[in-house]
Design a protein around this ligand. Structure first.
Ligand code: AHR
Length: 522
């Protein structure tokens, strides 16, 4: 059935899950079975962080203003929040929301965005162009995150900002005493602390063309330590995300900041190469190797717990293993409208790549501590707006599906697959798989993406021990080129099929260019 616009917002419920690495195998495609889906229910289970279902908003083009926030629009509420957009963001049930950037943090002063809107400082957006009136600031961000029931995640400025300014921001958000910035928050209408737990120490600080000032890792580490001290002295319970970069940068940052950094940021933006759609699948698959490299670095350089730490720091060291924060993950095609061509129209091939990325995150749940999709609205986003309405793009449906069916732990699963053997993705598997189990009910979700543009792939199914029944949820579209558009907001190219298969069948054929969840029940 096609999902009507009014139905899409009902999607979603539970939290997260897990997966296993699929094997490459010689096989045929079509109606014949090529291998067996095997789920290792007795194998090692890694918890999946619910925070992999995050979103990201930045002062960039129409991401915030004209996206989630539009004062004076008949579609907005008294806060200026676009209700149509909020409903679609709510449909994704994000667990964490990152703000205010991104690269824009390099020129951002948080105090421009608090207090009465009429008196807020209007500044040029030196990074992305245009003018920011700062009517959406810290308090609006917290209010928005609370509406979503998402953890707020703030990235501080390590460009024009200072360590003291960042520390004051922590005091404003989290301070409980009768101190200047905590009182300022109260005067702005928020008696209770905002309790912001996640704080990013800058963004892409290694990016040489950016208006940053810490592009040598030695400079970054020195400054980041100072920021960490002043911020943790305000609130020792906060979690810090260190800015990641290239391999040499990460080596130094992990080695020297690991006593205080809970996460290392990694930004992943697969893209289509040379106009060949399937190259996007290869690009998505390649993210797994990058994650593996950083997993090895962290294992080598950051002990799971920090045991020796000078008591005169006056705050505790990191107490849990360092993890990767994919605090920007998205698909960047450099094609579309808007600022720097970032208002991308995502077709069904992008949806298949998005599903692959969620499979990658599930398979690597042991090291991925959070992920915030870059970005949420208009900019490289699952939601597009204009003055009269908004649409959910193809990738929105994938995000909602994974959010709904992902269990609490990763399971190992194998599913032999033929290779695509098509231009751009010669060696890529047709089927990509991840599996999760939900601790509470014991249900297993196996996510299978058939990335082949026009061939179904059949498999045998080995019944997981103790499981008797299976339900099926499938997303598909007429072709990999199908897309939803603002020109035809009532049309939705994404079809969802849900059915109970009853007893577990011996075989199943995954349709061409489809995304399937097999939901096993006892
Ligand atoms: O998400 C868009 C931009 O991509 C962010 O500002 C930056 O961090 C990244 O390069």
């Amino acid at each position: 059935m096609m999902w009507a616009r009014r139905d899409i917002l009902k999607a979603g419920s539970a939290i997260v899950a897990t997966t296993g690495l699929p094997r490459l195998a010689r096989a045929q495609v079509g109606g014949t079975s090529v291998g067996t889906l095997e789920i290792d229910t007795a194998g090692r289970r890694a918890p999946i962080s619910p925070l992999i279902f995050g979103q990201f908003i930045e002062f960039l083009g129409r991401s915030i203003t004209g996206g989630i926030f539009e004062e004076g629009s008949p579609l907005s509420d008294a806060n200026g929040f676009r209700r149509d957009v909020l409903a679609k963001v709510l449909g994704l049930q994000p667990t964490i929301l990152r703000f205010p950037g991104g690269t824009v943090t390099k020129i951002y002063h948080w105090e421009d965005g608090i207090g009465p809107r009429a008196t807020r400082r209007v500044r040029p957006n030196l990074i992305w162009g245009g003018v920011e009136d700062n009517h959406f600031g810290t308090d609006e961000f917290i209010r928005y995150a609370r509406e979503l029931k998402a953890e707020p995640f703030i990235t501080v400025s390590m460009g024009v900002g200072t360590a003291e300014e960042a520390s004051n921001w922590v005091e404003y958000c989290n301070g409980t005493g009768r101190t200047h910035y905590a009182d300022l928050r109260r005067r702005n209408g928020f008696d209770a602390p905002h309790a912001v737990k996640y704080w990013g120490l800058g963004n892409e600080e290694d990016a040489e063309p950016d208006a940053g000032r810490l592009q040598d890792p030695a400079d970054y580490v020195r400054e980041a330590w100072y920021y960490a001290k002043l911020m943790k002295l305000q609130d020792p319970s906060i979690k810090l995300i260190a800015a990641g970069g290239g391999q040499a940068w990460n080596e130094r940052v992990v080695h020297e900041l690991h006593p205080v950094a809970d996460y290392l940021a990694l930004h992943l933006y697969p893209k289509t190469q040379g106009g060949v759609p399937l190259s996007l699948i290869k690009s998505a698959d390649d993210t797994e190797a990058t994650i593996g490299t950083i997993r090895d670095q962290i294992a080598r350089l950051a002990p799971p717990r920090v045991t020796e730490f000078n008591k005169w720091y006056r705050f505790p060291p990191r107490a849990a293993p360092m993890m990767i924060a994919l605090d920007e993950i998205g698909i960047w095609e450099d094609a579309g409208g808007g600022v720097y061509n970032m208002e991308t129209r995502y077709d069904w091939n992008h949806a298949l790549a998005t599903a692959t990325l969620y499979n990658v995150m599930i398979r690597n749940a042991d090291i991925i501590g959070m992920a915030t999709w870059a970005q949420t609205v208009n900019v490289l986003a699952p939601i597009l707006t204009n003055a009269t309405g908004s649409i959910a793009q193809t990738i929105w449906f994938v995000m909602a599906l994974y959010r709904r069916f992902c269990g609490s732990h990763r399971l190992s699963a194998t599913l032999p697959s033929p290779v695509l053997a098509l231009p751009g993705a010669e060696q890529q598997r047709s089927l990509d798989t991840a599996a999760t189990i939900d601790d509470a009910g014991g249900t297993i979700s196996v996510f299978v993406v058939n990335r082949h543009p026009d061939r179904a792939v059949a498999t045998r199914i080995a019944r997981p021990a103790g499981y008797r029944r299976v339900d099926l949820h499938e997303l598909s579209a007429p072709s990999p080129r199908s897309a939803n558009t603002l020109d035809r907001p009532e049309e939705n190219v994404v079809a969802e099929r849900s059915r109970t298969l009853g007893t577990i069948p011996d075989h199943y054929s995954f349709p061409a260019h489809s995304i399937t969840v097999l939901h096993f029940r006892r």
